[in-house]
Write a new protein. Structure first.
Length: 253
């Protein structure tokens, strides 16, 4: 197998949560470009059709399922749909998540719990459902955030806590499943990327952050998708339990 062949995903099936917009779409398209069939989950099922169309234009198959990952039964249903359609799950991309910008003195228990329930608990329920059917050689990537490692100058306690929790979850699942089941588990920690989330930032925030970004710019979704392909492919067959920061150098600035 050549080095470039190690990045191919022909014959594999990937499940992507939060696939209705933003980075989830970029992940799904990249996986399809590398040869994978894709199972797409999101709460906004009507928006999944555009992602499905993009995958199918690349000659790959796609299935869409309305999924609220905060509900374990929805997570199991998404994996069941993958098994029914394709008979296997080789890759899980835990991408679905929400943000919160509430001052710590004002954030309600309901607001805090909703972020944790989706970003952290939901990723666990998805990993649990996928891990039950994955075969050796499979891979899981939890999409965390640079805010698990540094602060972003915004009141994001719930979001930061949930994304930091994902790093601990990644390490623990790797130590359980890599030797026991042959499943690699890693995390991505993106910095500032163009997405629906960055579009919602207050005017001037991104410009104010640029001195902390060594690359001097916001990242493009395709750049993060390339890092994802590395982690889920055989190119990273000796990589597990790690966090790959893709942030233009923000975490060391």
């Amino acid at each position: 197998m050549s080095v470039l062949d190690r990045f191919r995903l022909d014959g594999r099936v990937a499940v992507v949560t939060g696939a209705s917009s933003g980075l989830g779409v970029a992940f799904a398209v990249a996986l399809a470009e590398a040869g994978a069939d894709v199972v797409l989950g999101a709460r906004r099922v009507e928006k999944l059709q555009a992602t499905r169309t993009a995958v199918e234009k690349l000659g790959r198959r796609a299935v869409t399922v309305r999924t609220d990952i905060a509900k374990p039964e929805d997570c199991r249903a998404l994996v069941d749909a993958a098994m029914h359609a394709f008979g296997r799950v080789d890759i899980l991309v835990n991408n679905a998540g929400i943000s919160s910008e509430q001052p710590a003195t004002e954030e309600t228990p309901q607001q805090f719990r909703e972020v944790i329930d989706i970003n952290l608990n939901g990723s666990y329920w998805m990993a649990q459902a996928a891990g039950a059917v994955m075969l050796p050689g499979s891979a899981i990537v939890n999409v965390s955030s640079i805010l698990a490692l540094v602060t972003g100058g915004l009141p994001q306690a719930a979001y930061s806590a949930s994304k930091a929790g994902l790093l601990g979850l990644t390490r623990d699942l790797a130590q359980q499943w890599t030797p026991g089941k042959g499943i690699r588990v890693n995390a991505l920690a993106p910095g500032l990327f163009t997405s629906a989330m960055t579009e919602g930032y207050a005017e001037g925030y991104l410009e104010a952050m640029m001195p902390r970004v060594l690359s001097g710019r916001v990242g493009q979704p395709e750049e993060l998708a390339a890092a994802l392909l590395f982690l889920v492919s055989d190119a990273a067959s000796y990589v597990t339990g790690t966090t790959l920061t893709v942030d233009g150098g923000t975490h060391i600035a």
